[in-house]
Design a protein around this ligand. Structure first.
Ligand SMILES: Cc1cc2nc3c(=O)[nH]c(=O)nc-3n(C[C@H](O)[C@H](O)[C@H](O)COP(=O)(O)O)c2cc1C
Length: 413
């Protein structure tokens, strides 16, 4: 798939080297066309290195025009993707302007055009921008996002550029004429639980934990990126839903248990990444508890263990657990692997500034007869490493049709 990636002058342009990598991982040839403003946010050197092609930015570059003219470039493209797309490029595209390479190319191409808007939320809601969005959509331009969330300006709202993984998935999706993702998990169904649970004490109070859901959501994206059909059973989190993933929202451990077991029938791989509350109040009050005594006691009862229940099924899927521990991580993880009869366990140390609600983590993965460590890295990177390892172990133990090479394993003493 030939992708012309137009990069315009928004702050999210700093994410484009990552986007280029995600597109190339899926097999795209990426030719970058930058506006003059984009060069204020990301260097040509970095983009040339990750795309492996010289960057085009100037309509009047005689040498570049001689090797592949802007018209040839427009014909070469299977898709034109603009990410990030500024309010300014949306206005230029909507008006049919053609004073620079990117807009000229957009007028000259017959390929589908997709844009990933990225701007401050007040800019995004401005009637002029919304009118340009409507005009472009009416003409068949695909809008990829934007997302809702925290922004570079420090505010929160709609206007964030979609995650590079999601953009890459959409570019290869059916709407843009792309081919379905063919990966090591094509034809497989993966169910992942993510986030914390909330156990009500009364209508206004609950017991929860510090899990953000970032690891589970990253795993869902990574599995979908490998072609799996993914079900994500999510506790209450503040994260954008991964594209192309069936997300089921739940609140309590009991709801998570039920949502998992309702869907486990056709699941090949189960990953329990949620931080499920081990205990819940025995008696959630109907009315708000009033302040009275100096001390009070809440009786807690054990929640049903979702991992154990899935691993114990007659036709259990390949079952992966997570162990978040503050001490003796290895011993607890190995104990859990055996006692819960899991196929694999991913262990990490958590604490005040570790693991929970962080963008990075480091994990040790254990299975019967082997282990592998992954050092400090972004959870998105770790998720891809973990999914690769899961595929290798799943293939080795369940004899799937594909046989990817096993990573080098170190036997446990
Ligand atoms: C620091 C800084 C950040 C900016 N971020 C954005 C942005 O995220 N989205 C946007 O639409 N414009 C943003 N702008 C404004 C654009 O850079 C400006 O409208 C420019 O003319 C866009 O040109 P282009 O679309 O040709 O790249 C930003 C400007 C500055 C100085």
């Amino acid at each position: 798939m030939n992708v012309v990636l137009g990069i315009t002058g928004g702050i999210a342009a700093y994410k484009t080297p990552e986007l280029v990598r995600r597109l190339r991982e899926r097999g795209a040839d990426v030719q970058i066309v930058m506006t003059a403003s984009a060069a204020e946010f990301v260097t040509e050197t970095a983009l040339q290195a990750v795309s492996g092609r010289p960057i085009r930015s100037n309509l009047w570059d005689k040498e570049a025009e001689a090797s592949m003219s802007h018209i040839e470039l427009a014909r070469w493209a299977d898709v034109v993707l603009i990410a990030p797309a500024t309010a300014e490029i949306m206005a230029r595209l909507a008006s049919g302007a053609a004073a620079d390479l990117l807009t000229t190319l957009c007028l000259a191409t017959e390929a589908p055009i997709a844009i990933a808007p990225a701007m401050n939320h007040v800019m995004w809601s401005n009637p002029a921008v919304q009118s340009n969005r409507a005009t472009l959509e009416q003409r068949g331009v695909q809008m990829l996002g934007p997302d809702h969330g925290s922004q570079a300006c420090g505010e929160t709202g709609a206007g964030r550029m979609l995650d590079p993984d999601d953009i890459a998935a959409l570019v290869f999706g059916p709407d843009l004429g792309g081919r379905p993702v063919e990966g090591s998990l094509s034809g497989k169904t993966v169910l992942i639980t993510a986030g914390p649970t909330r156990e009500p004490i009364d209508p206004v109070r609950y017991i929860t934990n510090r899990s953000s859901g970032k690891m589970g959501y990253a795993l869902a994206r990574a599995a979908a990126g490998e072609g799996a059909s993914v079900i994500l059973v999510s506790g209450p989190v503040n994260l954008a839903e991964p594209r192309g993933v069936d997300v089921v929202h739940v609140a309590t451990a009991e709801e998570m248990y039920a949502a998992t077991h309702d869907r486990i029938g056709d699941v090949d791989i189960f990953v329990g990444a949620a931080a499920v509350s081990d205990y819940r109040p025995a008696d959630a009050r109907e009315q708000k508890i009033k302040k009275s005594e100096e001390t009070m006691h809440i009786e807690l009862v054990r929640s049903k263990d979702i991992l154990v229940s899935v691993a114990a099924l007659d036709d259990a899927p390949f079952t992966v657990g997570f162990a978040a521990e503050t001490e003796n991580v290895r011993d607890y993880a190995l104990g859990k692997l055996q006692n819960k009869k899991l196929d694999m366990i991913v262990a990490n140390q958590v604490g005040r500034d570790r693991g929970f609600d962080q963008d990075e983590n480091a994990v040790d993965v254990f299975w019967d007869g082997g282990e592998q460590s992954f050092g400090q890295a972004a959870k998105t990177e770790l998720a891809r490493d973990i999914i690769e390892l899961v595929v290798a172990r799943y293939t080795a133990t369940r004899g799937a049709d594909t046989q990817p090479a096993l990573p080098k394993l170190h036997a446990i003493d």
